[in-house]
Write a protein that binds this ligand. Structure first.
Ligand SMILES: [Zn+2]
Length: 318
């Protein structure tokens, strides 16, 4: 979403944020539990969307958010969580949507990421381009890139930014499950750091599945809670070695936390099957090419990097 794109750029700048991708766009980020509780005072209990059972808490972060996991499927999420109205007002506000820096480093990282995703999609689609819907298209930078690469682009966002509007392509405003697309279908639907912010990721994917053209692919990218970086920070948080414990979960705006196992369960329950998955390492311009290659090879080879990318197709039955 708008959210995602803006956040993503800031996040990348922050060294200690590989997994949580927690930026500083809202005045609530990094504040104490007292401040957070005063502003976000309406909470709602959440059940596992896959199993419909109440979760078990396993930690409380430095802002007082309770991290839980489903005793049945292991999906991790926030419960209780702030209600959507208060999140919209106090987290996804103007500060959150403020324009971000357009440093060459972030542009170059974006281009690397876009190129990698499109290359994987082309390979899986046997080199056929087509229509691509970017859910949470933000400033439209992916739309621009994909169009230049020969794709027909379209986008949605909770609030459409001017950058996206300038693209002169089909755009819809609102949450995906609530949008009426009429008869329009897409060859690719992209959720790039979007699912972890949504109210119900199962409903998002089920809605996307219905919008897929025959042979279409749904692309999902989320923080990897089972990555090496997350595991190290989990241990530091448990041992009270971190001043801001569990900050890497970014619970203020992330409501769901996925591992390869739980994301697989989610996509399967949404009627999808996983065609291919990887844990990409984003390009870092400050690293030497040799170090970058070693780092990349180790983390990607063991699928332990901090980002989880899934490429999925609709299952034939249902
Ligand atoms: Zn469950």
């Amino acid at each position: 979403m708008h959210i995602r794109a803006k956040v993503k750029q800031r996040l990348r700048m922050k060294k200690d944020n590989e997994i949580g991708l927690a930026p500083q766009p809202s005045k609530l980020f990094g504040t104490s539990d007292t401040v957070v509780r005063a502003v976000l005072n309406q909470l709602e209990e959440v059940k596992c969307p896959l199993c419909h059972v109440a979760p078990l808490p396993f930690a409380v972060d430095y802002q007082g958010f309770q991290l839980c996991s489903c005793p049945s499927c292991g999906l991790q999420f926030l419960s209780p969580r702030p209600v959507v109205e208060q999140l919209t007002e106090n987290v996804y506000n103007e500060t959150y949507f403020a324009e971000t820096e357009t440093a060459d480093e972030s542009k170059s990282a974006d281009r690397y990421q876009f190129a990698r995703q499109l290359a994987n999609l082309l390979r899986l689609r046997k080199e056929r381009r087509g229509t691509i819907l970017d859910v949470g298209c933000g400033d439209g930078s992916f739309l621009r890139y994909a169009r230049y690469e020969g794709w027909q682009v379209a986008g949605t966002d909770i609030r459409l930014a001017s950058g996206a509007r300038k693209m002169n392509c089909p755009l819809w405003e609102g949450q995906l499950p609530l949008i009426d697309f009429n008869e329009v279908r897409f060859d690719v639907i992209r959720f790039n750091h979007v699912l972890e912010h949504t109210q119900n990721p199962l409903l998002e994917l089920a809605a996307a599945r219905k919008l897929l053209a025959p042979g279409g692919i749904i692309f999902i990218s989320v923080p990897n809670i089972a990555g090496l970086s997350a595991r190290l920070k989990n241990a530091q948080s448990r041992l009270h070695l971190k001043q801001k414990r569990w900050r890497h979960y970014a619970a203020l705006h992330h409501l769901w936390f996925f591992s390869p196992e739980t994301l697989t369960k989610l996509v399967e329950q949404a009627g999808l099957s996983v065609l291919y998955w990887e844990t990409p390492v984003w390009k870092k311009s400050h690293q030497s090419s040799f170090l970058e290659q070693v780092y990349r090879k180790l983390l990607e080879g063991s699928r332990a990097a901090s980002i989880l990318d899934f490429y999925c197709a609709a299952r034939r039955q249902g």
